[in-house]
Design a protein around this ligand. Structure first.
Ligand SMILES: Cc1ncc(COP(=O)(O)O)c(C=O)c1O
Length: 378
């Protein structure tokens, strides 16, 4: 598999695509986090086989799916989990909301670092918990864990830290010592830790991902890890994700708030997810090469052509975070849309002077979007 697979134009308008069908024909959508690429061919084949069967009854997630996940985590991260630790979810967002209920009582506090994927900021309020935010610290050319500010923000009624690892939208891969510092922080303040590792298979630099639960084996009774094949293999439309919770009592606590509310995984989610984990490796390797080139092109363009836009190096994800505060635009996302590019507005992530750009698209789409952005972001 090579770049030609990812360069292939695929019309997404009219395919029930949130990304492409929300805005008019004149707008290139580089916002919501899915990619414009076809998923690994074995996934399409598995889904076609499921469709061909023609009977779409209630599904039973097979042991082979859990085994495929266990193998993936051991092979890529050296993290050995038991199949019984896996909790199937229809998405990570429900899981974030469940965790707020499970760890904190009404009115108690939940910590999130900002800017961050919006549901981290919404989940505590959805569940009647109090959101406390701490800005990630702008270091010398890279974002830093704001440990001092976290210490200052934590209160006796803080119960949970929502940790995005790697971080969306900053593209930062948290190193082992940083993960250990987060674990130490949670231990000292007796906090639960939600480690959302959905982007962990999308590390673009030569850096390893250290699962929080691997770094903190003695913290099993406070860690809920979220993972999913949906970003890795571009399957978010299959509505499939999972949590890994090693501690049996915590697993029960995490599931309690969702009693009667969670759908089981369906037959398409199951066959797509298993095919991705079992047979998606070649595609995944080629994808990382393609995304790396897009990332490099984006970073070079911003440095050379948009001198008043700030951007730090993206270590992971297919998302770039653009700081446009120097431009003084009243509504930066609206200004970009008027130039024909839809980006995600930073306000929802906790910083209205920023924009998130999704470079999980054909290089030709990225180049055209950047050409258009040059007319508004200078
Ligand atoms: C950090 C993070 N968590 C969760 C999600 C969404 O997960 P799901 O579609 O499984 O709810 C995203 C999607 O962009 C994300 O970036």
């Amino acid at each position: 598999m090579d770049d030609a697979f990812f360069d292939r134009p695929i019309e997404r308008r009219g395919s029930h695509s949130f990304k492409w069908d929300l805005y008019g024909d004149g707008v290139l959508p580089l916002w919501v986090a899915d990619m414009d690429f076809a998923s690994p061919p074995p996934v399409a084949e598995a889904l076609a086989a499921t469709a061909a069967h023609g009977v779409f009854g209630y599904a039973l997630a097979p042991e082979s799916l859990a085994e495929a996940i266990v193998t993936h985590l051991e092979r890529h991260y050296g993290w050995r989990i038991e199949p019984g630790w896996i909790v199937w979810l229809p998405g990570i967002v429900p899981g974030l909301n469940m965790a707020c209920d499970a760890f904190a009582a009404a009115g108690e506090a939940v910590l999130s670092l900002t800017p961050v994927y919006p549901p981290f900021l919404e989940a505590p309020g959805n569940r009647g918990r109090r959101l406390v935010t701490v800005p990630v610290a702008p270091g010398d050319g890279r974002w830093e864990l704001p440990l001092e500010a976290m210490e200052a923000a934590v209160t006796p009624d803080t119960r949970l830290l929502l940790f995005c690892h790697p971080h969306n939208p900053l593209g930062r891969v948290w190193r082992r010592d940083e993960v250990e510092a987060v674990l130490d922080f949670c231990r000292r303040h007796d906090l639960g830790l939600v480690s959302d590792e959905i982007h962990c298979d999308l590390i673009l630099d030569d850096l390893g991902h250290v699962p929080s639960a691997l770094a903190g084996p003695r913290d099993a009774d406070r860690i809920v890890t979220f993972m999913s094949p949906s970003k890795t293999f571009n399957l978010p439309g299959l509505n499939f994700a999972f949590a890994v919770v090693a501690d049996e009592e915590l697993r029960r606590r995490f599931l309690r708030p969702a009693k009667g509310l969670l759908a089981w995984p369906g037959c398409f989610s199951i066959s797509g997810a298993e095919a991705a984990y079992r047979a998606g490796a070649e595609w995944h390797g080629a994808l990382l090469g393609y995304l790396r080139a897009n990332r490099d092109a984006l970073e070079s363009f911003v440095a050379a052509e948009l001198p008043r836009v700030g951007m730090t190096h993206v270590e992971a994800t297919y998302l770039g975070w653009l700081d446009v505060h120097e431009l003084g635009l009243e509504d930066p996302a609206a200004a970009c849309r008027s130039a024909g590019v839809a980006l995600s507005a930073g306000a929802a992530f906790g910083d209205p002077a920023c924009l998130r750009l999704n470079f999980g698209c054909r290089r030709a789409t990225l180049d055209e979007a950047l050409r258009r952005l040059r007319t508004v972001l200078v």
